[in-house]
Design a binder for this molecule. Structure first.
Ligand code: PLP
Length: 265
């Protein structure tokens, strides 16, 4: 496999797949680690979905990845996802939106997305429901929870989740599938694990008190750097980009709001 960004530290861990065979190998490597993590936790690997995250990857490479078996792709930004959905409309792909939604983009999401994993406001729920009603569609949604207590990240505070879920049944086009989170970005595995445990405990509590509100109770958690830990803690959907597509050259701040400049309060 060829590697790009050879000067970035992640490059050796994340080969840059180009051909169908290379994509198949990268996916198989991730699936093998998923299976091992599931086995360590005494879980059945078939209950864990691998969602390949294709942000920043241009359409010609996506065609190859789709040929290699990626029929569901995760994108963080609506504009980018919309462009790709249009350019790849001849192929069989379901698009999953996994990033924050600005309500003025709800119309686009209602048109082409099959899933939205970052629901964290009633405004977004209202906007989506209105657009979905108009389009005669429904949408699988995950409620995003901020399990890392970092104020620069999206997601509801854990204490607000039950109240939020209780508001959702009135949006008939939204089918709640479960909860989603991003763990703390740190090499300290135990602090990462604590985020995943928090999400699982929250799901379990809702299942006890309000089982009708959480659908199948899925847990979307785990990315390239932490999906094995997430599976050990109960993840049912891992969102994996770089381990399949190679290291990204964009900084993560392009996708997540940057930290406040120092001095700002
Ligand atoms: C980019 C992204 C991922 C995947 O991250 P990788 O490091 O590429 O695996 C997962 N979840 C969200 C919300 C993302 O934006």
């Amino acid at each position: 496999m060829s590697t790009v960004d050879a000067d970035t530290p992640e490059a050796p861990q994340h080969p840059h797949a180009e051909t169908v065979e290379e994509f198949r190998a990268a996916i198989a490597a991730v699936r093998a680690k998923m299976a091992a993590a599931a086995q360590r936790a005494g879980r059945d690997e078939s209950e864990i979905r691998l969602l390949p995250v294709s942000k920043t990857v241009p359409e010609p490479r996506l065609r190859v990845a789709i040929e290699a078996g990626c029929h569901q792709l995760g994108e963080n930004k609506v504009q980018e996802a919309k462009r790709k959905a249009e350019n790849l409309a001849d192929l069989n792909v379901d698009w999953s939106l996994i990033g924050h939604l600005q309500t003025n983009k709800a119309k686009d999401v209602a048109r082409f997305a099959s899933e939205f994993q970052a629901l964290d406001s009633l405004r977004a729920a209202e906007a989506l429901d209105r657009r979905l009603q108009a389009a005669g569609r429904s949408l699988d949604v995950f409620v995003q929870v901020n399990t890392s207590a970092e104020d620069q990240k999206y997601g509801l505070a854990p204490d607000d989740v039950v109240g939020f879920l209780r508001e959702l049944p009135k949006f008939e086009t939204l089918r709640v599938q479960g909860l989603m989170t991003l763990a703390l970005f740190t090499p300290d595995t135990e602090r990462v694990r604590a985020c995943f445990v928090l999400l699982r405990n929250l799901r379990d509590r809702v299942r006890d008190t309000d089982p009708d509100l959480i659908g199948p109770g899925e847990l979307s958690m785990g990315m390239s750097g932490d999906y094995e830990v997430a599976i050990e803690e109960g993840s049912t959907c891992v969102r994996v980009g770089q381990a399949i597509f190679g290291a990204r050259s964009y900084p993560d701040s392009y996708y997540w709001p940057p930290q406040r400049p120092s001095g700002e309060v």
